[in-house]
Ligand binder design. Sequence first.
Ligand code: SF4
Length: 383
Amino acid sequence: MRPMDPHFARYPFFDGARAAVGEADISPAALVVEDAPAVERGLERVERALMEGTVAAEEPRRWSDREELLSYPIARILVSLVDTPAAVDKYAAAEAATAHDRFRADFRSDDDGLQSTAARSVSLDDVLREFDLSGAVRPERPDDGRRRGSRDPTHYWVAVGAYLTLSTADWGERWRLVNRELATGEVRVTADELHRLLEEAVHRRVADGLPFEVRGSAAGEEIADALDDEVASLRDLLNDHDVTGRMEVEAVVPGLFPPCMKALVQRARGGESLPSHSEFSVVAFLVALGMDATEVATLLDAEDETAERIATRVEYLADADGAQFAPPSCASMQSYGDCVNRDERCETISHPLSYYTSAVRDAGDVRDWRETAAEGTSADDRT
Ligand code: SF4
């Protein structure tokens, strides 16, 4: 395989990355049969997509750029073999959410002129070009972000056709055209909203063609047989998710949260910027209790950028039919270092949601935080 463009490890859905895999001197099929490291990373990609809404590696230094790139087609094979709409949608959403985080980081480093990351970074212009949007998006002020040291644009104008193609009615009232500033065939959007549109472009590209038929040829049968164990473990994850994602308890009682979640809520309310996996854990837990983005942001005392990021997480955690990503199990919380202040009930359960269900049942009559929040009681008093 000739030297690889380092962008492709971070953005394996780019057209150029697909071409690079096509030109590789080893095919994904051969990797599977050989059980190459890219297969393990491909499995991790899908596992983390289903359980945590990200495809980022838990230990990024463990994988070379080549393994990262090749893990993408492997992940697509795995998702196709699992072959459920939920797996496809969660996987595509997680690839898109991860790309969204990376775009934002890259655009910032590009704007800051950080040379150390330049080789792996993409610019906004690169991404617009990748999705044929160069002619459809312009910064509000022509000079913004084009010169080193110039101000990062806060607003853009997007051609109405591109805007309508990429945004959907599910995103809420503020995305409806009647509620937007519109002039000469363009819609005014904030930088964050533009990034959301780009995330959708990634989602659609990743989902395109999934699931595909893997079996159907002798080579396909061989690949599918070689991935039997991985596919079985992914199906188990989805089944676990179905069980843990369905909460019988609907009341939100922060005082009965498991110790790990109380600690994360308190850290967030104390103004700490939580690591990504910790923020995911607590937001997934709260969403599993039926809380919406506003309630989660209120409980975590999140404002501005943090509230916006949380709203995006909530959006991905609650899918269209109400099924949810399960928050991490106790085992995962332990591996993150977020299992703290264990108590006696912790010895009887293996999942923070089970802890909460059991605590609420034992408590008998409880009052929902959403009712008391309106009366102005401090969440700190109740956690
Ligand atoms: S054992 Fe489970 S519920 Fe208890 S603190 Fe640890 S992660 Fe939370």
